[in-house]
Structures are given as C-alpha cells and as structure tokens.
Design a protein around this ligand. Structure first.
Ligand SMILES: C[S@@+](CC[C@H](N)C(=O)[O-])C[C@H]1O[C@@H](n2cnc3c(N)ncnc32)[C@H](O)[C@@H]1O
Length: 268
C-alpha cells in the first residue's frame, strides 16, 4: 500500500517537473521566436513609438492578423486557460470589457447559463472592433443578443457610463497598452458597482527573475513598435498607484512572474 502511494507520488513529481520544464522551454522559445520574427531593428525605433497615437495606429494596422499572430503563442503559454478561469469564476451579471481588441474572451463569458446577462466590448481601435463584431455575428442568435461593441477610450468613460454601472469590469492585456493605466484602473473602479469585481489578466515586468526583466527592458521599444504594447511595465507599481480606488483580492503570477491574474474590488 505504502509502495503504491510512493509510486503515485513519484509519478506526480515527474509530471510536475516535466510540465515546468515544458512551460519554461515554451516561454523562452516564444520570446526568441518573437524577436527573430521582428522586422524592426532596435536601433531604428524612435522613442516616440511609445506615444499613444502611434501605438493606436499600430493596433489599427495589426488588427486583421492579430488573432493569427497571437493565437498560437497564447495556446503554447496556456493563456486561454487563464482567460477561461478568470471569466468562469468571476464574471457575473452585466459586464464591460475595455481594450477588448478582437474579442478574444468572447467564448469564455457564461451567457448560456445566464450567469452573465450582457457584455459590452469596448476598444479605442475601430479595426480591432471590426474583428470583434465579426465574431459576434457568427454566434447563435440567442447568444449574439447578449453582446454589444462600443468605440471608447478606457480612460474616459464618464460621458458614456455613470458611476456603478456594471457588475463586472474586465481588462485583459490592456494595462500594457493604455497611455495612462492608472487612470484606466480608477475609471474601472468608478463604473463598477460597490459589490462588483474588476478582473485583470496582464503582462509586465517580473519582480522575481531579473534576467527576464532585463530582457523585456532591452527589447521594449522593439516590441512596442511591432505590437503597440509596452511589455515591461511595473504592474505592482500601477496597482499601488490605483490603490485608493481598488483593492486587490487575488494576485497570481505565471510565466516567471510576467503574467498577472488579478481579481479586485472597487474601493468606494
Ligand atoms: C494588447 S491588445 C489586447 C486585446 C484584448 N484585450 C486581448 O485580451 O487580446 C490591447 C488593446 O487595447 C486597445 N487600447 C489601447 N489603448 C486604449 C484606450 N486608451 N482605450 C481603449 N482601448 C485601448 C487597443 O486598441 C488593443 O485592442
């Protein structure tokens, strides 16, 4: 009996070690491949590429091949599982997603079981929203009616939504792309009901693995030029700066501390 137990334990550790090795290898291969694929030399990138307008232009440009480009990487890194978990466990009632892009979270909202009644997908890029609309049109009629799109700046929603409008507010991989991520978090808190949740799935600098952060820092401009996103932002600092307006309930880190899974509550 004891021997059987230790055999199971041995197998489990082997799976765990193998899984960790696989995830780490995938992570580094992913970054290596990204850099090799890049068509902009680091020395060619003007600092102004970090400006909002230019990054938005880049989002407009990459919108119609965004899913093809990003999809495989996300699969390899297990991102769809994190998206699914976040929305399955925490998205409820009337939801607003900001920086929704091409609606990559669309399949994970629990609209069939009425856990989620209505979802507004908003983004500042028309081209990104065009991709989202196409996906919504492809849904069965009963599901389709639950979704709407809106062109809006996530930092300036005051004219569109009054305080306490939504049960759940969502942003996935947007804090890397917004000009003022702290202003967006404050806005998300404002429009979220006092009993609601703010859900974030983000990437940023690692505080536990210095070499990976150095790597992100040294290729940040190049990455922003290609993808419109600043991948080395300090998310802990951003959350701290927004802490008068929101309280973090869950914060889990993946991929050597560069992927952040966060569940917050508005502080009212
Ligand atoms: C990296 S993409 C993430 C898309 C999507 N949330 C996802 O999970 O794949 C960032 C998105 O934020 C949008 N964005 C950037 N700045 C914005 C702003 N100020 N207001 C609203 N959307 C913005 C971009 O157009 C882009 O679609």
């Amino acid at each position: 009996m004891q021997r059987g137990g230790s055999r199971i334990l041995g197998k489990a550790s082997l799976w765990l070690a193998g899984g960790s090795l696989y995830a780490t290898t995938c992570y580094f291969s992913y970054h290596y491949w990204r850099l090799m694929k890049s068509d902009v030399a680091a020395s060619d990138i003007p600092l102004s590429v970090m400006e909002h307008g230019q990054r938005m232009q880049q989002f407009q440009k990459i919108a119609n091949h965004y899913d093809d480009d990003i999809g495989r990487d996300e699969q390899v890194l297990g991102i769809p599982i994190l998206r699914r978990m976040l929305l399955f466990f925490h998205a409820r009632g009337t939801c607003l997603e900001v920086g929704a892009g091409t609606a990559r979270n669309l399949p994970y909202y629990r609209t069939s079981s009425n856990v989620v009644n209505r979802v507004v997908l908003s983004d500042a890029s028309e081209q990104m929203l065009e991709q989202a609309k196409e996906k919504i049109r492809a849904l069965p009629v009963t599901k389709r009616s639950r979704f709407a799109t809106l062109k809006a700046d996530a930092a300036e929603l005051r004219e569109v939504f009054p305080d306490n409008s939504f049960d759940t507010v969502i942003d996935t991989f947007g804090l890397c792309s917004f000009q003022d991520p702290v202003a967006v978090l404050k806005e998300l808190s404002r429009i979220c009901k006092p009993t609601g949740k703010i859900l974030l799935l983000e990437h940023g600098r690692s505080h536990s693995w210095e070499f990976i952060t150095k790597h992100l820092d040294s290729h940040a401009l190049e990455h922003a030029a290609n993808w419109g996103c600043v991948w080395n932002r300090d998310l802990d600092k951003i959350l701290e700066e927004a802490s008068d307006d929101l309280e973090v309930d869950v914060l889990s880190r993946y991929h050597l501390g560069t992927t952040y899974y966060i569940v917050c509550r508005p502080r009212k």
